[in-house]
Structures are given as C-alpha cells and as structure tokens.
Design a protein around this ligand. Structure first.
Ligand code: ADP
Length: 352
C-alpha cells in the first residue's frame, strides 16, 4: 500500500489541497487520501482499504467523469457528494484514478429537510389518529354520564310538575354523581393531552429517585393494603422526571388495584440493560389479564371492569403509553390470568 503511495509523485500537492481527494490504483484499491478526505468522511487511508468495497464501492466503480453519490461516513451519517474523477499515471507507468469529492451541501440540506418532513408527517398522522380517538371518546364516553344527568333531571322535573317531591333527593344525588363522572373524564382527557403538549424538556434523570418519589406518593395505599414493593437500583436516563414518576406511579398503582383476592399485593420493579434500550418491568401477583386484551387496555378509557368492581376511568395506561412513546420507547404487557401481570417498557439509553 505504502510503496504504491510513493508512486504518487505530487503527493505533497494533494495533501495541501482543500478538497477531499481519493486516489485508487489500477485494481481500484484506495491507495491515498488527503487530510480533507479524512476530515469529510472520517476515514484514514488505513481504514479505507479495509472498508473500501462496502462503503465506497459504488462511487469508486463509476467510470463517468462526474457523478454524485451518497457516501456512508465513518460515524454512519450519510453525506451526498459530487465527485469528479480523472486518470492519473503513476511513476511506474501504471494507471489509477484521482477522485475529488465535494459535499453537496444543498443536497445535504434537502435530505435533512426531507427526513424531518417524513418524521413530522409520521407525528402528524399519529396525533391525527389520537385526535380522532379523542373525538370518539368525547362523543361516546362523555355521553354516558350526560345521559344519566339529563335522565335524572327530567325525572326531577316530572316530580316537581306533579307536586311530588318523593325521590327528588336521590335523583339529585345521581345527577351530581353523573356530573362528577363527566368532570373526571374531562380532567383525564386533559391530563392525557398534556403529556405531549405540556411536557418538560428532557434532562438527566435518576430513575431510582423517580421510583422513590412514585412510591412515596403511593405510601398510604401501600400501607393500607400491606403491599410490598421491591426494586433494584435503576439507571439514569434522559427524560421528563415528572412524567416518568407518573409512569411508575400508574403502573404500581394498578398492580395494587388489580390485586387478587386472598393475597397481599407484591410488586417487583426491575431493569435489564439492552444494546440501545433499558427494559423496565413492573411485575405483580394480581388478577392478571387475558391475552386478547393485551392491546386494548392501553387505549384511552378502555377498561375490562365496571366502575363498581374497580374504580377508575381507564386513562392510566393510555397516559403510560404516551409517556413511554415520548421517551422513544414501547410499552406492553405479559400476563397469566389468576397469577399476575408484568408490564414492560423500554427507554432509550442516551448519552447523558
Ligand atoms: P383504570 O385503572 O382506570 O381502569 P388503566 O388504563 O390504568 O385504567 O387500565 C386499563 C385496564 O387494564 C384496567 O381497567 C384493567 O382491566 C387492566 N389492568 C391494568 N393494570 C392491570 C394489572 N396490573 N393487572 C390486571 N389488570 C390490569
């Protein structure tokens, strides 16, 4: 390789050259790159010889004098370059090619804008679907308490018209109950929409601290139910600490709420480190969930029980899902009915 490089008599000239230069030998091996090339792509000549075919093959095999190509840099970003090539005759009379690479910054900018647009589009689609779900929820779930309210008010009206006050107090009570249910739904909806609208900017967050706060918020319930919550040391991530607190709190709260009769709730929180993500688990020994409901429970206001069995509106897991997604992760459940459930979620490991 180096003896080859010595054949390039004007190497010094290339080294000073501001544009990125790559020289290949007759058998299309990279034999020389200048400093500008290394700066542009991250590759030194040594690294390039090994990587040549995978990364630069297409561009380097072009016969045309001018062409454009995407090049994968050493740091894995893709740059778009304009390349011109010309023949070079080495001092041993063998022939190679000199390639001059210029990053096409206009193209690069356009590409970046396109990816951003695609991402925005995806986000737009997602929020549109969410909006549709909102509209659906508003028209269906909110109608139920409203119907109750208007039903009882009509009854009250009738009784008044009849000059009979019997039952009015009870009817009033039911109507008021309907109002608080509607209020609960609306405040849940607001809470749900705030996850993306009103989130705090991400910062370095110690999840052990976050979990401790969540457990403190639940301490009265934990005591009351004689529940045990065990956990291991959790890592630090980049995120919104108040949302992450809510995430753990909702999951542990559910783990206690959906406890099985005759056993005290036992909740375990643990973490597994994966390549790009941390995988967290909140496991319980509660009533469990049937397989067919694994997806449904994460949708807004979807629950598997009546209000009299277990209180709640069905927003908790929808909020969890939204929080996890805002942190670039996923959430799902695995469960055995009658034995317990484990809620898993991932959060991106990020440089802090
Ligand atoms: P809510 O708790 O208000 O019902 P969630 O969105 O938190 O709303 O939960 C949705 C449904 O998922 C619950 O009604 C319940 O049927 C089921 N669920 C959630 N967590 C658990 C759990 N730990 N064990 C069993 N079922 C659960």
């Amino acid at each position: 390789m180096h003896s080859h490089a010595n054949l390039i008599t004007n190497q010094h000239f290339f080294e000073q050259y501001a544009e990125a230069i790559l020289i290949t030998s007759a058998n299309r091996k990279a034999i020389y790159v200048n400093a500008a090339f290394t700066e542009l792509t991250g590759y030194s000549i040594k690294e390039l010889s090994a990587e040549m075919h995978g990364l630069f093959g297409k561009a380097v095999n072009q016969k045309t004098k001018y062409f454009e190509s995407d090049l994968a840099c050493k740091n894995e970003t893709l740059i778009h370059v304009k390349i011109s090539s010309s023949k070079i005759v080495f001092s041993d009379q063998s022939e190679g090619r000199v390639y001059t690479l210029r990053e096409n910054s206009e193209e690069a900018k356009l590409k970046e804008a396109q990816t951003e647009l695609a991402n925005l589009n995806k986000e737009f689609k997602r929020s549109n679907e969410e909006l549709e779900q909102f509209a659906y929820v508003a028209s269906h779930d909110l109608q139920e308490p409203l119907r109750t309210i208007s039903g009882y008010i009509q009854l009250i009206q009738k009784q008044i018209q009849r000059g009979n006050t019997e039952g009015i107090n009870d009817f009033m009570g039911f109507a008021v109950e309907g109002v608080s249910r509607a209020q609960a739904l609306i405040s849940d909806l607001l809470q749900f929409s705030r996850v993306s609208r009103k989130g705090n900017p991400f910062a370095e967050t110690d999840l052990s601290e976050v979990l401790n706060i969540a457990i403190t918020h639940l301490s009265v319930k934990i005591k009351e139910l004689e529940a045990t919550v065990t956990f291991e040391k959790l890592p630090r991530v980049r995120g919104d600490s108040s949302q992450l607190t809510r995430l753990f709190q909702n999951l542990i709260d559910n783990a206690m709420k959906f406890r099985a009769q005759g056993r005290k709730p036992e909740v375990k929180v643990y973490v597994k480190e994966q390549e790009e993500m941390y995988l967290f688990a909140v496991a319980d020994n509660g009533i469990g969930i049937e397989n067919k409901f694994y997806n449904r429970i994460f949708a807004i206001f979807q629950r598997l029980h009546t209000r009299t069995e277990y209180e709640g509106t069905g927003i908790g897991l929808a909020v969890c899902k939204k929080i996890v997604e805002r942190h670039g992760g996923e959430i799902w459940v695995e469960s055995e009915p009658g034995v317990g459930s484990t809620f898993y979620f991932t959060i991106k490991k990020q440089l802090i």
